[in-house]
Design a binder for this molecule. Structure first.
Ligand code: DC
Length: 223
């Protein structure tokens, strides 16, 4: 098989399903740029909260969005988002952000700002000489890159996912976030048509990684 020059890998799934950890390892193994879009929604949420903007106040959300200049900083293989030249640090994992992020993520105007930014990451990855882009989130294979070369949907039992978050020392209502993320009107969490669906409830992270890596390696003619 002829080796494609540039590949796009979309990984979608619910909260704490292991998407970003898997994507990070794939990015190293296949020299892909990694874009964790959950961290983008979290960074915008943290910035909104810092400005005292609530998700119910649409005029204030719109004004804040118009005032946020987004850029990308590459750290190793990760594409991090900068807002106004600033990286938003550990506060993106705070209980306040965990509780607010799904509400901000349901706002169409905020999603359209990130849609444009996220699609632009393919050009960033090319310019930086990566072999491709691995992007994880909720709507990557359905909306952002529906023609992605590889589409995976990762899911696991909610109790198992809550347990994983607790082990990481985080307070996070994963089932409640999934409920809001799956029921919103714009780009809801859903398994993309034709995606490879993986239930990781009884799998280790390593097993999930190997399952995806073998699909990539096979298609890329790499063993
Ligand atoms: O992957 P995560 O748990 O860090 O994502 C945080 C929230 O961001 C998630 O609850 C919903 C939102 N999100 C989204 O709506 N679309 C994406 N592509 C990624 C995340």
């Amino acid at each position: 098989m002829k080796q494609p020059l540039f590949i796009i890998v979309a990984i979608d799934g619910g909260a704490a399903a292991g998407k970003s950890s898997t994507a990070r390892v794939l990015s190293e193994r296949f020299n892909l740029m990694h874009a964790d879009t959950g961290s983008y929604f979290r960074a915008l949420t943290a910035e909104m909260l810092r400005r005292g903007v609530s998700p119910g106040d649409l005029p204030a959300v719109r004004a804040a969005l118009a005032d946020m200049k987004l850029a990308t900083r590459i750290a190793s293989r990760s594409a991090l988002i900068e807002i106004g030249g600033r990286l938003i640090g550990s506060e993106i994992r705070s209980p306040e952000v965990n509780a607010a992020v799904s509400h901000f993520a349901a706002i169409p105007e905020l999603r359209s700002v990130l849609l444009e930014y996220e699609r632009g990451q393919a050009a960033v990855a090319r310019e930086r000489g990566f072999r491709g882009l691995v992007m994880d989130g909720r709507d990557i294979g359905t909306v952002i890159f529906p023609d992605a070369d590889f589409r995976f949907f990762l899911h696991a039992d909610p109790a198992e996912r809550a347990r994983r978050r607790e082990k990481e020392g985080e307070r996070d209502a994963v089932a409640e976030r999934d409920r809001i993320d799956s029921s919103r009107k714009t780009a809801p969490l859903a398994c993309p048509a034709g995606a490879t669906s993986i239930d990781s409830t009884h799998m280790t992270l390593q097993q999930v990684i190997e399952r995806m890596a073998s699909s990539l390696a096979e298609a890329l003619g790499q063993t």
